[in-house]
Design a binder for this molecule. Sequence first.
Ligand code: KG4
Ligand code: ZN
Length: 351
Amino acid sequence: MGLYIRSNTIPVQSASPIILGIETSCDETSVAVLQGEKLLSNVISSQAVHIQFGGVVPELASRAHLRKIIPITEEALSQAGVTLSDVDVLAVTAGPGLVGALLVGVNFAKGLVLATGKPIIGIHHLEGHIYSNFLSHPEVAPPMLVLIVSGGHTLLVAMKAHLQYRVLGSTRDDAVGEAYDKVAKILGLGYPGGPVIDRLAQKGDPEFITFPKGLEKDDSFDFSYSGLKTAVLNYVRQAGETVVKDHLADICASFQKAAIDILVEKTIRAARTFGFRTITVAGGVAANSYLRSAIRKAGEAYHLQVYSPDMAFCMDNGAMIARAALERLRYGYFSNLALNAYPTLQLDMLD
Ligand code: KG4
Ligand code: ZN
């Protein structure tokens, strides 16, 4: 995939370059300004238009990005107290994601290149999530094991050094965030489901029902969430409306336990198998209160350092894209105007 050209003559001289990070891969329009490792602004606009449909409608996402991208960029520059001419580098999510949504960000960034002559760096969306932990915890350093959990992805990544990734396992069907969203729909809790289930589960009994943990007996580091979602659906149908209403919090807590415990178990097993001392968690589901505490406790038990990003950096955001671009810049990676949107871009095939 021709995402990068390597250059010995780096077109940016500053040791603390100002990077404009643009993210439009799904349903958040976000732009951030980063100066060196210091975040100057991070403006996120979540698209409410999808709520009535219970999930992201791609065409509506593209249109909402088009409407928002200029005002959000102006807001990010203004909050940072800089102008476009102060910016040294443009960074934009090039994939994976919804093609129409990605195209808005990529073409907007390319337009800025044509207007200003600034260099551009295309960023893999998951590389952005990985680098969100470097925004929150500057002391974090590879080698590390990364658990990426979002609405579109569930994977375990071995990161031996900066920008070097090996995928150890991933979901064979639904992503964990997608399972939260689908279960919330089954329970009539609205979209997105993650935050609602997280909140309700705090008042529920996680032992109320034993739901199946996907690929629990499997030696691989893969995950599966379609069986769990079907088990919740079958339970809801059998139990009937009254039981479901009376035990909503218990059902949420039981689902959450099955969904999250398997993530924690496989992550700890992978860290011990491959000798990682540091674990980082990233993506929208990294905001989950049970996951954050369960993985921290499991890490303590095995003397592993566990990091989760600040809440603002869990959901899709421009800051993580700018932070990943800073690392690409340090190693001499650039893109050019041939940059395109790559809806199925693979993390371990970036070079
Ligand atoms: O990373 P993200 O903003 O977008 C993708 O790249 O997919 O993740 C969104 C996902 C949604 O599925 C949402 O339900 C889930 O993250 N999510 C949560 C929580 N907050 C957001 N899942 C569980 N618990 C939460 N607190
Ligand atoms: Zn994401």
